[in-house]
Design a protein around this ligand. Sequence first.
Ligand code: SF4
Length: 296
Amino acid sequence: MTAQQRVVPKTVKNILTRSSGFLLNPGGQGAVCSHSLNPYSGCTFGNSLCGVGCYMRANGFVTKGRDWGSFLEFRINGAESYSANYEKEKRWAQKERGKFGIFCASATDPFLPQERQYRITESLLNAMLVLPPDALILQTHSRFVTDYLDIYEQLGKVCELRFHVSIETDSDSLPGLPPPASTVEQRLSACELLSQKGFRVVVIVAPLLPIADPEKFFRRIGQVASAVVIDHFIQGDGTPDGRLTKKTPMPTAMSQVEPRSVTLAYRDEIIAIARTILPGRVGVNADGFAGSIHRG
Ligand code: SF4
């Protein structure tokens, strides 16, 4: 935590948010998840590489005018809220969306360094052992995702469990931008450990940043994950032309490394390489989150 980051407790009425946006999967292959669940409000990775282009920066409802990365609210009653709302939300989800699937997390990281102190995610996972969803996706940029292997082992017996680990590039630095919260190798190693334990792991290359050696990168991903999803900030940041991201320093830094990387042609080139190396294991855009690569 930096001196500028304010961390405070907060209570929440219902920690289960009915899904909207990309979680509904505009590709029409069914909802990725019926609900999102955020153990924290705010994200202390906001000042690291992923935070530069983070879509939450533009979410005034959450930031309330504060700088992204400057605040973190830990939801002290998260597990109680989950248990209290479980039956109602599960019933709604199974009726309206086919199944009760939880995406954790869409607006923070469940495995922030502060999790080691406040244990909000851990308490939620324990609550899910008693009251399991039908499916759970744990989405992270953090190497600390491997902290709860014992809980995952039990959870995997009572619900469909999947890990999404974001690795947007094979490089740990982009000119003028902060480093990632966990290095590329730390995240790949976390994927490897989770895969070795028998869990389903998907590497999320989104938003796609310049990749120095795509063949090597995707070969390595193929060793540590079952699938990869690739998305570009154009079409991928919630706007058709990537205008949210264009307001951030991200495109300039990308251009300095690889000018073509700010175009969809670059995305398509990278997808073609990934498909050659990992046939049948590459998803694209929002469809990739719920598409056929995840079935079976
Ligand atoms: S971990 Fe996720 S929510 Fe947090 S700053 Fe990075 S992209 Fe945004």
